[in-house]
Design a protein around this ligand. Structure first.
Ligand SMILES: Cc1ncc(COP(=O)(O)O)c(C=O)c1O
Length: 368
């Protein structure tokens, strides 16, 4: 149990929380979950949200309650956290190749329905052997490179060839195909984004069709991110969407004008005011990710984040608009929620500016 100074009582005012604190605006979060659930209502495709964003089993449960069919995750360690939390339908949208991990995967599949991405035969065979040893069944989806140029076999015949090999092996069940169009999700021009996502999904769905024509059932056609949820989620033949960032959003996703609000922020404290136009906060690179650029100051106005060191943030203050004092609170919007969340142990969930609950980020750092 964390020390009590990290776990203030419900009702505590935002300004009294221990900083740096990762805050969730509960109203914005609930609105985002509802907006996404509403989009999928009555659609053939279903939502299987990505755990890599929030890494929080309590939030995963909320997503299931809102209609998600299960969770997606990137790492075996995350899948273990989800199974521990009682989530029983999990897609690992990544290759697991280390023999020790493959054994962990096969063991975990005894407790929960697990689906894992595969893009080469040796891996398929190793998973099959481990599952037979463990007496479990591991579902596999063949990862197809639909343009991201990350993992995956090429669409069409290479995917079919691997599917044919998969159905010959014991201990595994060939469940379908996965093709993440990550090269399209952040394209700011909506038409261009739609075109790129459409091309990618065309390749993925045609691959699924080719496999079906060869007599192999394809249940899962999985793809999609927050930037393409509405394109991929409406594309005929796609069965599941893996969007992750939509519950929280960030400055990078905000540019797309999607119907989701920013629900995650970081609260920091001014620790020094060396000059009227400069203030230093207690938040640096160890609590804010910068892979998508510097975070943005939400409040107070007239203040801009200029640089981050390990444990310091340097603010540029416009003295005509703002005067900062030591002890003042500053709130920032992350530029990339997924990598920021991974730096924290807990969320302080707020309603009307007061603490409602504290949620552990149990999947934080579970990269092995
Ligand atoms: C395999 C996979 N699916 C889906 C996503 C979508 O996530 P987001 O909604 O955060 O863009 C990602 C993002 O990294 C991913 O790697």
């Amino acid at each position: 149990m964390p020390p009590s100074y990290l776990m203030p009582e419900a009702g505590t005012e935002k300004s009294h929380l221990p900083t740096p604190a990762l805050l969730i605006d509960s109203t914005a979060l609930e609105d985002n979950l509802a907006a996404m659930a509403h989009f999928f209502e009555g659609k053939p495709a279903k939502l299987r949200p990505h755990f890599k964003t929030h890494k929080c089993p309590i939030l995963a449960r909320k997503q299931i309650e809102a209609g998600a069919i299960g969770l997606t995750c990137a790492k075996l360690g995350e899948a273990e956290v989800l199974v521990e939390a009682g989530i029983d339908d999990i897609l690992i949208a990544n290759e697991i190749v280390d023999p020790v991990k493959i054994d962990r995967l096969a063991e975990l599949a005894r407790q929960s329905r697990l689906i894992v991405a595969v893009d080469q035969y040796d891996n398929l065979r190793q998973i099959s052997e481990a599952a037979l040893r463990a007496g479990s069944l591991v579902n596999i989806v063949i990862e197809v490179d639909v343009g991201l140029r990350r993992c995956g076999v090429q669409p069409g015949n290479p995917a079919l060839a691997l599917a044919r090999q998969a159905v010959q092996l014991g201990g595994i069940h060939f469940a379908g195909v996965l093709g993440y169009e990550g090269h399209a999700v952040f394209v700011t021009d909506a038409e261009q984004r739609a075109r790129q996502a459409g091309d990618a999904m065309q390749a993925l769905v045609a691959t699924a069709e080719l496999i079906r024509q060869a007599g192999l059932p394809v249940e899962i056609v999985s793809a999609g991110g927050t930037g393409t949820y509405n394109l991929t989620g409406a594309f005929p033949g796609v069965t599941e969407v893996e969007a992750g960032s939509y519950p929280f959003m960030d400055t990078k996703y905000r540019r797309l004008g999607l119907p989701f609000r920013c629900a995650l922020s970081l609260l920091a404290t001014v620790i020094s005011t060396p000059a009227p136009d400069r203030a230093i906060i207690d938040a640096g690179l160890k609590v804010l990710a910068t892979d998508n650029g510097l975070p943005e100051v939400i409040s107070p106005s007239g203040v801009r984040l200029a640089a981050l060191n390990e444990e310091h943030g340097r603010l540029e203050v416009d003295p005509a608009q703002a005067v900062l004092h030591v002890g003042d609170r500053v709130e920032l919007l992350p530029s990339h929620v997924c990598t920021t969340v991974n730096l924290h142990d807990r969320y302080y969930v707020l309603g009307d500016g007061r603490l409602v609950e504290i949620w552990p980020i149990s999947g934080r750092g579970k990269s092995q």
